[in-house]
Design a protein around this ligand. Structure first.
Ligand code: ADP
Length: 504
């Protein structure tokens, strides 16, 4: 029901004020209805129930004392204390008249002037006795007497009794047997009519209801203003986000939820701002990276077309190299977007990590021979079987070695080390380049991030390599990291569990 109400509100585009008003008014009305039913409608019922249980309880207490010496005086005291009339009769069958059963009064106390038991003829008392018998020993009766004494109860008539108005009494009768002797105990208490009280309460209720409705209205106005004001301010600011203003200055004054919303929006604005900036940088970098090889390809091709004798294998190789660079860049972009969209699924196979490293190193043959680079691989463990997506891990190793080659120092030396510890194989790629400043380390794994903002053709890169590495390793739940010191160099590493035959 609550959901239906919320949906209706949403359809009607109701703001917080009318919603709150409806909620408070409904709550007020509901409380009033509950109070009205219990406090007014059922007042008489609860009052009479209470009175009956009071005399029943008293009857119970007195029953235990029948036969005691102090019984009569005890009855007297209790009757006066509670404003109740009590009569206790000994029951004996009259051999002459079988209908006459009530013998002498054993105890008698009149704590209430309007008692009818004391005015009831013996015949009436016998009838009560019969009723108690019929009922299994206990009989409760609500009696109403009117001015003209017209009996409203055929079983109960009290001819000698006079009263000026309407009188209502509660009667509780019970049979007791003490030492083989049967007794009839009757208690009578007056029930005050609750009509006058109910009328007063009804008038009071209408005033209370009015006061509560006004209070609900005022509380709604105040609270909705308190709730809506900071939200409206945030909404106004949020419109700026759509227009490209990513300055995170959402203010969370008001209450906790608004503070949380403002914090979340500030965080989102900062993140979108960073991504937006990095994306613009990437476009600038990619355009530069695409344009350079394209210009070279165009230049070489035109030269080969126009100048006789320039159609040499070296020039063709230059075109091929630039084309390779281009496709690498495009492939990087494709890989990252596939990894991040979850389209690239992992296909795990068992393979030897050292062999994979050696395969990767073969790609650097030309670099090693022609440009004097040194890429050393040392493995303490020899073969190290792992279960992972070989193509992806190859890409990780390739990216790490590529970065080490790109950023290494004058020594032109890169060291790849494989170690095995506690069932995990760790591959580290170390260089002795400039290293990465500690404050920049957390950012290098972000896509498009490059420590050196100035685009430098001598260092080939798009800022995507480490982001691809991170995505692949996280997809494998593999640990990874970097230790780097400015002026000393960097060590990039990752770990994979050693393949356990028995795990299969
Ligand atoms: P790029 O293609 O620019 O190398 P990466 O995502 O591979 O992009 O690396 C992100 C940035 O991290 C690089 O621009 C560079 O500043 C830094 N970086 C990566 N590897 C190294 C390294 N071995 N030594 C120093 N800096 C590195």
């Amino acid at each position: 029901m609550k959901r239906r109400f919320t949906e209706k509100c949403r359809k009607l585009h109701l703001g917080v004020r009318p919603r709150l008003f409806f909620a408070l008014i409904s709550l007020t009305l509901l409380s009033m209805v509950v109070l009205w039913v219990f406090q007014i409608r059922l007042l008489g019922y609860f009052y009479e129930r209470e009175k009956f249980s009071e005399i029943e309880e008293l009857a119970g207490t007195l029953s235990a004392l029948v036969g005691d010496e102090a019984f009569a005086s005890q009855v007297q005291t209790s009757a006066e204390e509670h404003g109740v009339c009590v009569c206790v009769f000994r029951i004996e069958n009259d051999p002459a008249d079988s209908s006459k059963k009530i013998a002498a009064r054993v105890a008698d106390a009149e704590g209430n002037n309007d008692c009818m038991i004391h005015h009831a003829p013996e015949e009436q008392l016998s009838r009560i006795y019969d009723k108690v018998k019929e009922n299994g020993g206990v009989y409760d009766r609500r009696m109403e007497f009117h001015k003209d004494l017209a009996a409203n109860d055929e079983n109960f008539r009290v001819p000698g009794f006079h009263h000026r108005g309407t009188l209502i009494n509660a009667i509780h009768a019970r049979l007791l047997t003490v030492d083989g002797q049967e007794y009839l105990m009757i208690l009578d208490t007056k029930l005050t009519p609750v009509d006058a009280v109910v009328k007063t309460l009804e008038v009071q209720f209408s005033w209370i209801m009015m006061a509560l409705l006004i209070a609900a209205f005022l509380v709604t106005m105040l609270t909705s203003h308190m709730i809506a004001k900071p939200l409206t301010a945030i909404t106004e600011k949020a419109k700026g986000l759509a227009k490209g203003d990513y300055t995170p200055d959402f203010s969370g004054k008001g209450y906790r939820e608004v503070q949380e919303l403002a914090d979340a929006l500030n965080y989102a604005a900062a993140e979108i701002g960073t991504t937006d900036r990095l994306q613009k940088e990437l476009i600038a970098n990619i355009s530069h990276d695409l344009r350079t090889p394209l210009t070279m390809i165009k230049g070489y091709s035109e030269m080969m077309r126009d100048i006789p004798g320039e159609n040499s294998p070296e020039n063709v190789q230059a075109i091929i190299d630039e084309t390779t660079r281009l496709s690498e860049l495009v492939n990087d972009l494709m890989d990252l977007s596939k990894l991040q969209s979850g389209m690239q699924k992992i296909t795990p196979t068992v393979f030897d990590l050292s062999a994979t490293v050696q395969d990767t190193m073969q790609r650097y043959e030309t670099l090693i021979h022609h440009q004097g680079y040194r890429i050393e691989f040392s493995s303490q463990s020899g073969e190290a079987l792992v279960k992972a997506d070989r193509t992806m891990i190859l890409q990780v190793i390739y990216n790490l070695i590529n970065n080490a080659v790109n950023y290494t120092g004058d020594s032109k030396c890169v060291t790849v080390t494989q170690t095995v510890h506690d069932g995990r194989v760790r591959l580290s790629v170390a260089d002795d380049g400039d290293g990465i400043p500690p404050e920049k380390i957390p950012d290098i794994w972000d896509r498009y991030y490059r420590v050196d903002k100035v685009h430098n053709r001598s260092v080939i890169g798009t800022g995507l390599g480490l982001s691809i590495v991170k995505n692949i390793l996280e997809a494998h739940s593999a640990a990874y990291g970097v230790e780097s010191a400015v002026g000393v160099g960097s060590v990039f590493w990752f770990e994979l569990p050693v393949w356990d035959e028995e795990e299969k």
